[in-house]
Ligand binder design. Structure first.
Ligand code: NDP
Length: 288
């Protein structure tokens, strides 16, 4: 029997509808419409598509959006100056700098300039630190989207064996922390892990964020496991995840497709963060 598909498109639609409803109430109560500012530097075609999709998602949620398209030659200081201007702009609730940035820029420094209360990607060290402690209000979008999807399908997490493959700051590490905070027993694997297949075969929930097309084969999956494939690999033959989808779906109980799985959730969670950021700022303004 084949696995049930974890349909990111459907769950994302529900998240957006909920965000839209809550945003309407927020606007009625505060007179403010949540606003996301997206900065893009250079002309990377994939980034341009992502920015367009984020703008569209804002429209669907009833948010305002602003786009700042800067030339490839923009200096680090010019980008920092723009972020600081947006930090102090009361109309802007969320600031997102589309990555990858041009090679001459220092990404960590840029992440640290964004006001943590407007950091809708949750890449600022203050926000990543809060994830460690377990009191984060803004969660990184892809990891949060994975948990949202598991919850939408009522997949139990507590006490289960969760294996995460990939330890990036963007996906692997934060999703491992979130699964831990939900009381899973978590193992985090990477390129130096020995006997990867032996470890992945233990997983009740297997989350894969490597960036190598079809690397996780069916023999690496425990029968009945839940498989979450974060990978997006563009090849001449098309777009593939990190999991060898067809044979893996014969083995798993639930599986995310690529595309149509985790990627859809990422933008929906960005919308949720933008609303959360607007609420945090409104709360702070009330206290002042
Ligand atoms: P990174 O390149 O930053 O990290 C990849 C991780 O995979 C590293 O920790 C690396 O280990 C590990 N790895 C590489 N090769 C192996 C191997 N042979 N065995 C075990 N582990 C290995 O990637 P990201 O986390 O940023 O992204 C991963 C994938 O997810 C990409 O395809 C990306 O496009 C996709 N992605 C999708 C998103 C979505 O919304 N759907 C959002 C973000 C990313 P080590 O640390 O030792 O080098």
């Amino acid at each position: 029997m084949g696995a049930q598909i974890l349909d990111g498109k459907e769950v994302a639609k529900k998240v957006r509808a909920q965000v839209r409803r809550e945003a309407k109430i927020f606007t009625e109560q505060t007179g403010q419409t949540p606003c996301l500012a997206v900065i893009i530097v250079g002309e990377d075609p994939a980034s341009q598509i992502y920015v367009k999709n984020k703008k569209l998602a804002c429209e669907k949620c009833g948010f305002l959006s602003r786009e700042y398209a800067l030339p490839e030659t923009t200096t680090q200081q010019e980008l920092i100056d723009l972020i600081r201007t947006l930090n102090s702009d009361a109309q802007v609730n969320g600031i997102l700098v589309q990555q990858p940035l041009p090679k001459h820029m220092n990404v960590s420094q840029i992440n640290e300039v964004i006001d943590p209360d407007k950091d809708v990607d949750a890449f600022h060290p203050v926000n990543t630190g809060k994830i460690m402690i377990g009191n984060a209000q803004l969660l990184p979008c892809t990891p949060a989207g994975i948990l949202e999807m598991l919850d939408a399908y009522e997949i139990p997490i507590e006490g289960r064996e969760c294996v995460v493959v990939g330890r990036s700051n963007l996906v692997g590490k934060p999703v491992a922390m979130l699964m831990l905070s939900r009381n899973a027993t978590v193992t985090l694997c990477h390129s130096r892990t020995r006997d990867l297949a032996e470890i992945t075969r233990r997983a009740d929930i297997l989350i894969v964020a490597i960036g190598r097309a079809r690397m996780i084969t069916a023999d690496m999956i425990k029968p009945g496991a839940v498989v979450v494939d974060v990978g997006v690999n563009r090849t001449e033959a098309g777009i593939f995840g990190d999991v060898d989808f067809v044979p893996a779906s014969e083995k798993a109980s639930y599986i995310t497709p690529v595309p149509g799985g985790v990627g859809r959730m990422t933008i929906a969670m960005l919308m949720r963060n933008t609303l959360a950021a607007a609420k945090i700022q409104a709360q702070k303004n009330k206290k002042e």
